[in-house]
Design a protein around this ligand. Sequence first.
Ligand code: ZN
Length: 313
Amino acid sequence: MSQFNAAHFQTVEAAREYLEALRWGGERVCPHCGSLNSFATKKAGIYRCREKECRKDFSVTTKSVMESSHIKLHIWLQAFYLMASSKKGVSSHQLHRAIGVTYKTAWFLSHRIREAMRAGGLVAPMGGEGSIVEADETYFGNVPESKRRTKTTSGRPFTKSGRTGPSNKRAIVSLVERGGNVRSFHVAVADASTVAGIVTANIHHETRLHTDESRLYTKVGAHFATHETINHSHKEYARGDVTTNSVEGYFSIFKRGMKGVYQHCAEKHLHRYLSEYDFRYNHRVKLGYNDGERADLAIKGAAGKRLTYRQSH
Ligand SMILES: [Zn+2]
């Protein structure tokens, strides 16, 4: 694979140097206590904190999603690169073949990389004065029979659409800033109060909100600079700059990718796949990122996050 000619994809030593530069730059930080005072032990890549109260050993993977794994560092880098650069995602089977690890290892590795891609910490609200954010909901995959709702969100029983209606599907709400980033949420039920909570917590109130004619947004729309709707049931898709084409475009990338690559996605993992697709969309070529930069940002996101064996099941 020609893209893996770079040294850090080929040897553990070069991979470690690459990861250390990404995580620490010039200043090594003890991940246990935050001290800048540490020294290299005789074991390659293992450092010891000099602080009296700490004195602990660490490496570049300590307290990151790569911690305590037997996977070699250059293999990690190959996996990060593949997942960051593929447009639609990479199945565990593809990963297993491409980087020469077992299927099971590839599966754990890909979930950890998704965790690294998850936006963490406090994130500023989207939009602002003069900006447009499009909000929409979609349904994906199947909910097991036992967990299906028997009534609509307004409390009426399902009628004709019954078993094929949205109660069988998992609900996703996404917000896309025009020409910018996406944030997606897997929700139990896409009803007005759930949607309102997401929209108000994530979008600046001076934003222009664009949605379709769905009644889910009517009330919450009043909190924003304007709330303009497009009437899909009247075959209207754009009126001036009012449209929900960006968020619908995002949904179609997500669904095409998930259908092609991740046929079996357990509901409890759906939010992880959304993190992966959000991450790639938010660092897409159009916003000025290339494959290498995107992979580096995912690797940087690995620090400070962990995914235990139990969580990834
Ligand atoms: Zn320390």
